[in-house]
Design a binder for this molecule. Structure first.
Ligand code: 13P
Ligand code: SF4
Length: 302
């Protein structure tokens, strides 16, 4: 069954001149049919430079929307219409305007996990892999960071000379991890290093051996001479970690971390997406041009 559907996807991909991009959090079978699997920064670069006419984005809404901003002339498809990101929905343009009014002179940095509307009213975008570099590049000494309070806090510890105003958003999948989960995981696997995503709360990040984006976690584990790791980010990354490091052991922190939105995409939905050309991302011209400025400022830094 899987072989049949994979064949159909390949045929439709040629017909639609499509490229399939998938985030590390996607399920193994979706990662396996993608032309490229990566973290948010790598995927946004791939989308920006993609050839062909169609991009199928196996991820969540804001990722496909970002691809549309970067390639407005292409058809960008999100296979699952309801694959959203709860954290991205926690901040509105009104919040950004209010924070700007309260802190005139501050720069607004938005995490890429946000809508195009938020990007359109922010000064510069960042992802979890370049957030520190993006903030360091700014001349402003006051930073409004939206929407992730945990990534914002992590950046504030790396850039102590700036003052941060953090929005209260969070990722439900990472935010529920506690320092007790690290204590339990270290007791169960005493020789393992703890690698976590900066979307985890400060008490978790401060006890980890390494903090980084999904691509940075992959790179760290691959280059490390250690052979056992406790992984504090969404479970989808475990597939790639295992594939790339067959001799090493990986244990999920907190038992299991699953983003139900990332897991909505299936081979069936990718097939339907290419067959029916759905669900197409649409944005108005003004939002595209303003959000593109915010994203391109990020690309000029990293
Ligand atoms: P990265 O892709 O930057 O590691 O971020 C993870 C994430 O939460 C995507 O939704
Ligand atoms: Fe959003 Fe968290 Fe899921 Fe990433 S893992 S898409 S931040 S809910």
């Amino acid at each position: 069954m899987d072989i049949e559907i994979v064949k159909k996807i390949e045929e439709l991909k040629r017909k639609r001149k499509a490229v399939i991009l998938a985030h590390f959090y996607q399920s193994p079978e979706v990662q396996d049919i993608a032309d490229f699997v990566g973290d948010s920064l790598e995927l946004s670069r791939k989308a920006r430079d993609a050839e062909g006419e169609t991009i199928v984005f196996c991820g969540v809404w804001f990722m496909a929307e970002t691809a549309k901003v970067l390639c407005p002339q292409k058809t960008v498809l999100l296979p699952e219409q309801n694959a959203g990101c709860p954290m991205a929905d926690m901040v509105t343009p009104d919040d950004v305007h209010r924070l700007r009014a309260e802190h005139p002179g501050a720069a607004v940095v938005c995490y890429v996990n946000s809508s195009a509307g938020i990007k359109a009213c922010s000064d510069i975008c960042c992802t979890s892999s370049n957030a520190v570099a993006v903030v360091k590049s700014l001349k402003e000494s006051e930073i409004i960071f939206v929407p992730d309070q945990n990534l914002g806090h992590y950046v504030s510890t790396q850039v102590p000379d700036k003052r941060f105003i953090l929005h209260s958003g969070f990722c439900p999948t990472h935010h529920r991890i506690s320092p007790d989960d690290i204590t339990a995981a270290r007791a169960a696997h005493p020789n393992a290093l703890v690698l976590v995503h900066p979307e985890c709360p400060p008490g978790v990040v401060s006890q980890a051996d390494f903090t980084g984006s999904t691509a940075q976690i992959l790179d760290y584990a691959t280059k490390s001479e250690q052979t056992a790791f406790i992984i504090g980010t969404e479970d989808g990354i475990l597939y790639r970690l295992g594939k790339q490091n067959p001799g090493k052991q990986f244990y999920p922190l907190g038992g299991s971390m699953v983003c139900s939105n990332m897991k909505k995409t299936s081979l069936e939905s990718v097939y339907r997406s290419l067959k029916d050309m759905q669900y197409q991302m649409e944005l108005d011209k003004e939002t595209i041009s303003k959000a593109a400025v915010c994203l391109n400022r990020m690309f000029s830094v990293s």
